[in-house]
Ligand binder design. Sequence first.
Ligand code: ACO
Length: 448
Amino acid sequence: MQPCCRDGVNHNDLRAMANKKFELKDPSSGKTSELLVRSGTIGPDVVDIGSLTKDHGVFTFDPGFMATASTESKITYIDGDQGVLLYRGYPIEQLAAQSSFIEVAYLLNNGELPNPKRLADFSVSIQRHTMINESLLRMYNGFHYDAHPMAMVSAIVASMSAFYHDSMDINNPRHREIFMHRIIAKLPTIAAAAYKRSVGQPFIYPRNDFDYCSNLLHMYYAVPCEPYHVDPLAAQALDLLLILHADHEQNASTSTVRLAGSTGANPYAAISAGVSALWGPAHGGANEAVLEMLEEIGNVDNIPKFLVQVKDKQSHVRLMGFGHRVYKNFDPRAKIIRDMCYRVLAKMGRTDNPLLELAQRLEEIALKDDYFISRKLYPNVDFYSGIIYSALGIPRSMFTVMFAIARTAGWVAHWQEMISDPAYKIGRPRQLYTGAVKRDYVPIGKRG
Ligand code: ACO
């Protein structure tokens, strides 16, 4: 089966086709069929292959979803060639400069920016849902003392479905809304409890009189025996980091949330699946891996030797924090974070940060290297985020947890979008089977 041209028009130039149809011809049977081309508001068109199996008895084959739009969505738009990222149409640069994480969470989940009253009501509701059930807190003691915080966070999020079944009817819009408020409000508390467990300190209860990030930092660093004052600069920097990480259309963890949620599983189970997917070093775990990599490189003189390893496919070493499936020019979030890194470190009087110097030099060298140029590999959001998290005192094992707190806003928005669509279906991909053909069972005594 080959995609062919209609009226002699290059099939790659689908926009040129007035009737927006893509004609497919099966060379063996000669059978043809038309596939509808669907246009979004911006971005590339998609070919609707819904009738392909029915008409021709074949599936499409696209490992890693390199060329597949898995869903229709109105939440986030990325133009990877131009380095554009829009949440509900608003450029990330404008949101980073003028908005707050809570406002962005509202925007992602409701589609529009809130007016002052709606924002105030939403903030108060989030502030009032910060506590978690005491039994959930006791579960932390069951984890091994050196458990990774992401292991604890994914387990506790999944366990929440055992506590909040009063409002888990996924078909009830009010229940979905309560879930959205609960999960956004409680993630910092769940994360802080994981951190306190890992350092052996007593849990610090949330402060509902604090803003989202000040409360988060307070729960991390306060101890019961003395007062702790949150540095407003740290809270502000953290808020910006959360905005930048809040959503990124159909990335691996968001697609995982959608797939798990498409079975009708409860939303805590779906978000917990997203936390697990985020943990991988090719995704959210990259921020932790970047710092490990920088420390391993050690100093600027070792960069060339390290890059030789990166270019050697047998070594399986990657330049962590570089490359992106969608961004092939630059990641706009990386630009904002790099600028913020300088500003925050300067304000904190920590400009002599050796890891920042090393990262800058590594970026400079890589961006001039043909290996990275030819593959369009640029720094992604996580190249600098670890450095700024460390400057804010966040321990390395908590970096990916910080990402999870931010991305929860996007995960819930996508889950809600999917569940509220009356036409949603269980996500069930097919495969190209290359295993053994049918054969008879051989009793053990007859096997050689
Ligand atoms: N270092 C070295 N080589 C790389 C890197 C890298 N970081 N990223 C991609 N490449 C190379 C690949 O080896 C491949 O080379 P080849 O064509 O010679 O075989 C080519 O670039 C294409 O790479 P793919 O892995 O096919 O690209 P893909 O889109 O599947 O992967 C990914 C994207 C996973 C982000 C990849 O660039 C990567 O592993 N980066 C490092 C991890 C990282 O920073 N992840 C965070 C991503 S952002 C986020 O999730 C928040």
